[in-house]
Design a protein around this ligand. Sequence first.
Ligand code: UD1
Ligand code: UDP
Length: 371
Amino acid sequence: MLRTLFVFGTRPEAIKLCPLVLWQKAHPETFDVRVAVTGQHRQMLDQVLAVFGVTPDFDLNIMQPGQTLASSASRILAALEPVLREARPDLVYVQGDTTTTLCGALAAFYARIPVGHIEAGLRTGDMAQPFPEEMNRVVTGRLAAIHFAATEGARNNLLAEGVDAATIHVTGNTGIDAVLWVRDRLASGELAGSDYSFLNPEKHLIVVTAHRRESFGAGFDHICEAIGRLAGRCDVEIVYPVHRNPQVTGPVYSRLAGLANVHLIEPLDYVPFVDLMRRAAVLLTDSGGIQEEGPSLGKPVVVMREKTERPEAVDAGTVRLAGTDPERIVGEVARLLDDGALRAAMSRVHNPYGDGHASERISALSLALAR
Ligand code: UD1
Ligand code: UDP
């Protein structure tokens, strides 16, 4: 019996860890599972827990409006100490590169409990992009005992930093477990689709998300300018579920509210969001997770960032990096909309980030390593 503790706190960590939590809970003969959520996100985390039916054993409930990096980090670290003492896990899982990830790994390290880092080895090589995520990943990598890398590229990044090869395992990304699970059930009708009858099927649907810290300020002004210019086309409709960070809602609502062809909406639950993505002509985003999901859904992705830690789909030609210059963003999206052959070529379904079975691989490896 392996006692596992999952520590997560934001929307993407929850989407990517819930499939693994459910897989281990379905095998109670081998796994004794506990879930600790930090509540770094509140509403956006709870939306995901509800979709997957995961009830946390511990909820640190740390979110404050407009929280700073240091304040979240210090509250998470302090609140995890008694949780680890009570849960006494054999292995702590953290995922990705958030403040919760870093503090979960550090708290477990202080308690001398081995850390399994899921989605290990992503790197841009630039500590300022994404900020602070690149540093969070690097430090979490140093704290972790086991590295679950999604791709060979991620494994190579870790090897280049001198990580012991025996501790790195290529498993695919658990986020692909989640998106394929939803995609297939939406297709079969097992999961109900959402009511998107307000969308005009004659128009190209552009689904937008953006939230990166390094784009706050000028970057967001540019992103909004690009969205405004794209909305000026009469053949497009833009749906933008706006991230709840006040640094995002402020500029986005003030620049884009009321614009024709733009629907600003609250963050969507995961299933309706996947349903929305599968109706899109283009995904326009700075999200990490959506760069991975786009190829699995056969959707072209235009990334509003200068650098990405997920080069596989860029190399395969289904993701394009546009940066945050409005000219480039508008140019990349317009080219896709106006060139049907290019759009078709970029709309290829492929799964460079996983095959939907990462959860079972990570679970089997965790058991084998604990023996
Ligand atoms: C965090 C992660 C980022 C990840 C992103 C996913 C860090 C440093 N950043 O960024 O890596 O890509 O989540 O979305 O860990 N808020 C709410 N309700 C919510 C969620 C957020 O009101 O459900 C607001 C709060 O005012 C909160 C603010 O957003 O203070 C910022 O949240 P925080 O988790 O600190 O940063 P994100 O920008 O969401
Ligand atoms: N997502 C969602 N609802 C939304 C927008 C995004 O469920 O309204 C999902 C999306 O499918 C992906 C994840 O949230 O799985 C990405 O989260 P985010 O962009 O906040 O973080 P990142 O991946 O950039 O860390």
